[in-house]
Design a protein. Structure first.
Length: 455
């Protein structure tokens, strides 16, 4: 069976894991947005309750809560406790003392919202995702091996403790949970700094909107990077476990052939290692954050037949021999080397080969010919879909990172004030003069962003 058999199936295994991660991340993004709204809500409530002459001074924020306010804070904390208890999660550092300032109470509310976000939506559900990804990778790899070597009547089931140990394993310097809570602590710190600045300068909460949008966008990206790296590790560990269980003695590194491939993955592409000596980051992927490199079983008796999809600098998809390494591809595609038809073939050329083969057989079309042509087209479409999806996600993120959405929301509110639909007080402004100044400022910001958005 040609080596391309393994490449195609291991690539599908990796893509299946990425699909699960992408679906989970979309839900996590919604959770981040909901947390941002809730935090902005408690800050607005804080401002409306304690504001005098349209501002809350730092001195006012340092006043102690009265008995009724302490009771309200306890009710808020209890509600979050109850929701987290559904997932066997706990709130940390939430004891409420008899003497607590208004500012400390606001800080505890924000901390409780962030803990709920990071404990449930990020850590708990993220771990469930990684467990599912590991199982899928393990069983898919085992199935692929069995298709080649013959099916087993019995095979090793997954030990849940194995997955838990992998999730706790600090393969990249720290484990999954530690990185999550480090992100959460940093998020709380920067939000506290923003709020303190607001109080000292006597500004209203609307001035925090742009900063909050940037903070949450940054943390969403950090979450995506962590999930991608952790899931790559778990996917490859599932493959490695299947190799060991099915006594695959050697594996081969398979890097993605395009201009984004990292230097270490270029060097590793095509290298063969012994399975029992696999070491993550040294001779086994992932080699770095956002690593796309995977592995395939290596058998001495497999002839290097078939082809492997690759993308050239011109963006087109070509089919190269499955034993072509990254360095050979780089010479042919990146540095303008030879693109001999015998070495590199496009989809059109591959289809023409099938047509020529049919013609040589007297025009008789076999089922194998149809399957071969269908597989080529399917591979081509899969690559194009993946490219398109990646490009769309990249553009969406770049658009959000500009902050234009938040600016447009604020402009829309100010226009509503101008039309008399809402009062200036509702958007934290004293009068129409202050509104016009804010409106002009937002319009200037929007204008400055237009070239970037158009790009």
């Amino acid at each position: 069976m040609p080596k391309s058999y393994w490449e195609k199936r291991q690539e599908l295994t990796y893509l299946a894991g990425e699909k699960k991660v992408s679906a989970y991340y979309r839900g996590l993004q919604k959770a981040f947005k909901q947390a941002k709204r809730e935090i902005q809500g408690v800050i607005n409530d804080f401002y409306m309750r304690y504001a005098k002459e349209n501002k809350v001074t730092y001195a006012e924020a340092q006043k102690l809560l009265d008995k009724e306010e302490i009771g309200e804070l306890q009710d808020f904390i209890d509600l979050v406790y109850k929701n987290m208890g559904k997932y066997n999660q706990k709130l940390n550092n939430m004891s409420i003392k008899a003497r607590i300032t208004r500012y400390q109470a606001l800080e505890k509310q924000i901390d409780a919202i962030l803990q709920q976000l990071y404990a449930i939506e990020y850590e708990y559900k993220g771990k469930e995702l990684l467990k599912e990804v590991y199982k899928d990778s393990y069983y898919r790899t085992w199935f692929n091996i069995d298709q080649y070597r013959g099916f087993h009547q019995e095979f090793a089931q997954i030990n849940p403790r194995t997955i838990d140990e992998l999730i706790r394993y600090p393969f990249n310097g720290a484990d999954f949970s530690s990185r999550i809570w480090k992100q959460k602590d940093h998020m709380l710190q920067v939000l506290k700094e923003d709020i303190t600045t607001m109080l000292i300068q006597g500004k209203n909460p609307q001035t925090l909107a742009e900063d909050f949008a940037r903070r949450f966008n940054t943390k969403e990206y950090e979450a995506y990077r962590l999930l991608h790296t952790e899931s790559s590790f778990i996917i490859e560990q599932g493959c490695l476990a299947a190799y060991k269980e099915d006594e695959v003695e050697k594996y081969q590194i398979l890097a993605t052939l395009d201009h984004k491939t990292s230097e270490i993955c270029r060097e590793q592409d095509g290298e063969i290692y012994e399975t029992d000596k696999a070491t993550v980051g040294v001779n086994y992927p992932p080699f770095h954050p956002f690593c796309r490199t995977t592995t395939v079983p290596y058998y001495e008796d497999v002839v290097d037949e078939g082809t492997r999809a690759a993308r050239g600098a011109d963006g087109k998809t070509y089919y190269v021999p499955s034993n072509m390494k990254y360095k050979d591809w780089e010479k042919a595609f990146v540095y303008g080397g030879s693109k001999d038809e015998k070495i590199v073939k496009t989809l059109k050329e591959r289809i023409q080969e099938i047509k020529d083969k049919i013609k040589q057989k007297g025009g008789i079309i076999k089922e194998s010919d149809i399957k071969e042509a269908g597989k080529l087209i399917q591979d081509e479409l899969q690559i194009k879909r993946a490219d398109l999806k990646a490009e769309i996600e990249k553009l969406e993120k770049e658009y959000k990172d500009t902050g234009i959405e938040e600016i447009e929301k604020q402009i829309s509110k100010l226009r509503a004030v101008k039309r008399g639909l809402i009062d200036p007080d509702d958007v934290g402004l004293k009068d129409m003069d202050e509104l016009n100044i804010k409106y002009d400022e937002l319009m200037r910001n929007k204008k400055e962003l237009q070239p970037k958005i158009a790009e």
